[in-house]
Design a protein around this ligand. Structure first.
Ligand code: PLP
Length: 421
């Protein structure tokens, strides 16, 4: 059912007053603009700092200061198990069982590690199918991975393009390409949400199509985690990776998340690159020959827990634990629909919303394509304390993250944009 919105400022104030998640805004620090909090629509690039983060980091600094090596077994959060503290909330965020998720490294590194396990090409079955225009790091990872196995990216990497004159991918077209390449497909690797258009792909349908040709289905959920609830376990996704500095607010370079479906996670015979942190704790120090991976996603851990890259994630996830993804999504759907509605009241401006109009096919972000003046509008926004980002050619991405963006923030954006009409 389409909600009725209004263009008066009172509507936004009223919506904020009734917002069940309004209290979350006070849980974050905002960049300052002329002595006031800026309005922040860039949570799809780097989420804001939760006020609680500094204290959480201080706790680990104190443990290190006072206990040194003793911190692995003592202190508030023994470091030996640090990667496991994030599991319960992280599992809820991506619809996984706790044994299917772990936290380690950063996204692209994890993508490589997952491909080393899940992309085992043969002469007959070696192709990777992905969306055209994927995030550059994913493109580089795939290109170099197929070369690592001795294949030519021009042949081994198949990109699915939008139909002529369109900017979005249609699910049936994705499925057609997968079927068309059939037995030669080793891996179908898609972003969950396109960083550029904001399109949310049908993860369940793509997974089913990959499995129908006996290929592996993997996803990069950088723009999904903490933005849109997903059900990786039920959808039978084989693996997924994501970063935690976007909607998950864990800070630059924070440890990334990994999902390995239970059907693989328990398979200790699966190929991987091992290290002591993925080895069973019980036998880790017995000095016996032979790597014994943990029979869960943690079996892909390699190095000692990166405590200072994980602590901010641990702190940030507490908020997600309190709200849950359903409440976040509920507000997000409404907030982004409100932004869309306001944008539609600006007929004098020549721009196009390239993000899907179907709210089930997008997250928080709307991408606005300006045929002209895109850069100028972006710069004016920044000068007025509204932080959005700009991507050539002419795209302003606006992501009202529901944890710290209000209806009034969205209204201010609209008011400023109206000045250009
Ligand atoms: C943000 C993002 C990345 C970043 O990868 P890092 O390894 O964390 O630098 C990769 N892929 C996608 C789709 C992204 O949106």
């Amino acid at each position: 059912m389409q909600e009725i919105f209004h263009t008066d400022a009172g509507f936004a104030e009223d919506a904020d007053q009734k917002d069940a998640l309004a209290w979350c805004k006070q849980q974050f620090h905002f960049p300052q603009h002329n002595g006031k909090d800026a309005i922040y629509f860039c949570g799809n690039s780097l989420g804001l700092q939760p006020i609680h983060t500094k204290q959480a980091i201080d706790i680990e600094l104190t443990t290190w200061r006072d206990m040194a090596v003793g911190g692995y077994f003592g202190g508030a959060n023994p470091w030996l198990y640090y990667q496991d503290y994030m599991r319960p909330v992280m599992a809820g965020i991506v619809g996984a069982k706790e044994n299917e998720v772990t936290v380690m490294n950063t996204l692209t590194v994890n993508l490589h590690l997952m491909m080393l396990s899940f992309y085992r090409p043969t002469k007959q079955r070696y192709r990777i199918i992905m969306e055209a225009g994927a995030f550059p790091s994913d493109q580089y990872a795939v290109e170099t991975m197929v070369r690592h196995h001795g294949f030519d990216p021009a042949d081994a990497v198949v990109e699915v393009h939008p139909a002529d004159g369109e900017k979005l991918l249609r699910t049936p077209d994705i499925i057609d390409v997968i079927r068309q390449y059939g037995d030669s497909v080793a891996l179908v690797l898609f972003g969950g949400i396109s960083y550029y258009t904001g399109q949310l792909y049908d993860i369940a349908a793509i997974t089913a199509a990959a499995h129908s040709v006996h290929a592996v289905a993997g996803f990069d959920l950088a723009h999904v985690a903490g933005n849109v609830p997903v059900q990786l376990h039920d959808w039978q996704v084989d693996f997924a990776v994501w970063c935690s500095y976007k909607y998950l607010n864990a800070g630059p370079g924070a440890a990334g998340g990994v999902f390995v479906h239970e059907t693989h996670a328990g398979n200790t015979g699966m190929q991987r690159l091992g290290g002591w942190w993925g080895n069973d704790e019980k036998t880790r120090f017995k000095m016996e020959k032979g790597f014994v991976p943990k029979p869960d996603a943690g079996g892909w851990n390699i190095s000692t827990a990166q405590v200072f890259n994980m602590v901010a994630l641990k702190a940030s996830l507490e908020l997600f634990g309190k709200t849950g993804m359903q409440a976040i999504r509920r507000k997000s759907l409404r907030l982004t629909a409100y932004l869309e509605y306001l944008l539609q009241q600006l007929p004098g401006l020549s721009f196009e919303i390239i993000t899907p109009a179907d709210s089930e096919a997008r997250g928080a972000q709307l991408s606005l394509y300006f045929r002209e003046k895109g850069r100028e509008i972006h710069d004016r926004m920044i000068a007025n304390g509204i932080i959005v980002d700009y991507r050539e050619p002419g795209v302003i991405r606006v992501a009202p993250a529901p944890l710290y963006c209000s209806f009034t923030d969205v209204y201010r954006f609209y008011e400023l944009l109206k000045g250009f009409a």
